[in-house]
Design a protein around this ligand. Structure first.
Ligand code: MG
Length: 388
């Protein structure tokens, strides 16, 4: 069997009304599908980070020519070849995003050949994974009471936990939002964030997992101050409290607070996660398999995390293929903790698969037993959301 062709499909859908985290306003959602075709008719499907729209070019013009004619089951060899040949301009960024989507598609092919689901091919550790509702964004006119209502809705549907956004504050002792733009949108005083967290904790009850996501907006000193103020709400984790590259700062925050620090979805690759984990910047490791090197590199990062007694909570905030791949990943690795299931309106997550994910009554998602990722794309939906 040989790789015959690799192509990408960019998808996009509007967010109406838009919503915001501490560092960005979301007015559209996007995803980049990667299809790896073989000469015997098997097609593997993956998903890459969009990378500002240029990942598709990297995949089609740079990575695909390295792989055409190769055996798609030599997954590790192909990964290492892509990494080595792009070493002067890759090792992260859009190259790693492109490699990730290809890697996911190659594992999908391997599962289809073996007639096994990917999570079992990777040596399954569990056949169901607890999912948490990822939402709680800022939105114009959305009050703390509205946010509490959103939390109650997740609880009623059977979720055992949720994540909300905080940190969209005028004074964070950093320049992140000024640089990104849209500073005025839904800005709140830190005291209002504390009230939002209190409202959600009251709505969820004392036992549910409650996580907050700062999206890299705070300085270490401010993160420690806010972390201490949030101690009464018994948070399950504080996510990306400081800048991704401020490894020392994140380690200081992790050291100062009893609440676990989770991150950094904005990081990529084994060697960068080695720094985050090894230097104590994170208590819970968040790998995005569509950005951080796919299943192949994700497993290595998870093993390094395991060696430091750290759990892994995959980040998944794009399309349906990434969500399914993240489910397989969380089920395969020994230290898979919980799966992020974004609950914002997103057609690219909800409409793309003929058979999507379903939350069980115990707050988990059962793994599909179909071969590969176990997905079949709804081609009409793909065409509906094709970008450009
Ligand atoms: Mg996050």
């Amino acid at each position: 069997m040989k790789i015959a062709a690799i192509h990408t499909i960019a998808l996009s859908c509007p967010c109406d009304p838009p919503y915001a985290s501490a560092s960005g306003v979301q007015s559209r959602r996007g995803a980049l599908l990667v299809e790896v075709e073989t000469d015997n008719g098997i097609v593997g499907i993956g998903e890459s980070g969009l990378g500002g729209g240029v990942t598709a070019t990297v995949i089609e013009k740079d990575l695909a020519p390295m792989l055409i004619g190769e055996d798609p089951l030599m997954i590790e060899g192909l990964w290492q070849k892509m990494f080595a040949r792009t070493r002067q301009y890759g090792r992260g960024g859009v190259v790693m995003q492109g490699m990730s989507g290809i890697d996911i598609a190659l594992w999908d092919i391997a599962g289809k050949v073996a007639k096994m689901p990917v999570y079992k091919l990777l040596g399954a550790c569990r056949d169901r994974v607890e999912a948490y509702a990822s939402g709680g964004f800022y939105q114009e006119g959305k009050s703390a009471a509205d946010l509490a209502g959103e939390a109650e809705g997740y609880r009623a549907r059977g979720f055992k936990g949720m994540k909300m956004k905080i940190g969209r504050n005028p004074s964070t002792q950093t320049h992140l939002r000024q640089l990104i733009g849209n500073t005025g949108f839904c800005e709140v005083d830190p005291s209002e964030d504390l009230a939002r967290v209190a409202a959600v904790r009251a709505a969820l009850g004392p036992r549910a997992k409650l996580m907050v996501d700062v999206n890299c907006a705070w300085s270490p000193a401010f993160a420690i101050e806010m972390g201490r103020a949030m101690e009464p709400y018994n948070l399950y984790w504080i996510e990306e409290p400081v800048a991704t590259d401020d490894i020392e700062g994140s380690a200081k925050v992790a050291d100062a607070l009893a609440t676990p620090i989770a991150g950094y979805e904005t990081e990529m690759g084994l060697y960068r996660f080695r720094e985050l984990i090894g230097r104590g910047a994170v208590d819970i490791v968040q790998i995005d398999v569509a950005w951080s090197g796919g299943f192949s590199e994700g497993r290595r990062i998870a093993a390094y995390a395991q060696a430091h007694h750290r759990m892994v909570a995959p980040h998944a905030f794009a399309g349906a293929v990434l969500l399914m791949a993240s489910l397989h990943f969380a089920a395969a690795i020994p230290n898979g903790l919980v799966l992020e299931w974004d609950q914002n309106p997103n057609a690219i997550r909800d409409e793309l698969l003929k058979e999507g994910l379903r939350l069980e009554s115990d707050g988990t998602i059962k793994l599909p037993e179909r071969p590969g990722l176990g997905i079949e794309l709804d081609r009409a939906a793909v065409d509906r959301y094709r970008a450009g």
